[in-house]
Write a protein that binds this ligand. Structure first.
Ligand SMILES: [Zn+2]
Length: 163
């Protein structure tokens, strides 16, 4: 059975049906780009079959600081079924054989879209601020911080943005 449609179309359809599950809704700002209703400091990008969440720059919100979360898949069709090539070729030590899906859409939902939803509800919704670390143009990283969280990397903290 053909399983047509782009990942973008698949995501848009899935999000339309599931947006109420998101503790923080997405707002589309470009062809394959979204931001969160609660902050302009994070941008969600669909790249091929993966979704990346990137922290923006401290002075220019249009600039990128660093990735903060990534949900990857490389769908591969084998005899009418689908597996993720990343999971097949680079399995986690504890994982068994890669999961087999009926469709590309089912793989993307289970592997990319639902993990994004889980991250938004478990991590982002519970975060008090966004920490930008390092030095722009040099080594940078970003992470979500919970309130009162003691942070061993405070020395490298460039900016803490309330969420
Ligand atoms: Zn995978």
């Amino acid at each position: 059975m053909a399983d047509g449609g782009s990942s973008l179309g698949t995501f848009l359809t899935w999000y339309e049906a599931n947006h109420r599950l998101f503790a923080i809704p997405l707002r589309r700002i470009g062809e394959s780009e979204w931001e969160f209703a609660s902050t302009k400091w994070l941008v969600v990008t669909l790249v091929r079959d993966s979704i990346v969440v990137t922290a923006r720059h401290l002075t220019d919100p249009a600039d990128r600081w660093d990735e903060i979360a990534e949900f990857d898949a490389i769908p591969l069709e084998i005899g009418g079924s689908w597996v993720c090539r990343l999971c097949r070729d680079l399995p986690a030590p504890s994982s068994g054989p890669p999961q087999i899906y009926r469709s590309r859409k089912a793989l993307l939902i289970n592997h990319v879209f639902e993990p994004l939803l889980g991250w938004v509800n478990d991590k982002l919704a519970g975060a008090e601020s966004l920490g930008l670390y390092g030095e722009a143009g040099n080594m940078t990283w970003a992470k979500l911080l919970r309130s009162g969280e003691s942070d061993a990397e405070t020395r490298c903290l460039t900016r803490r943005i309330p969420l």
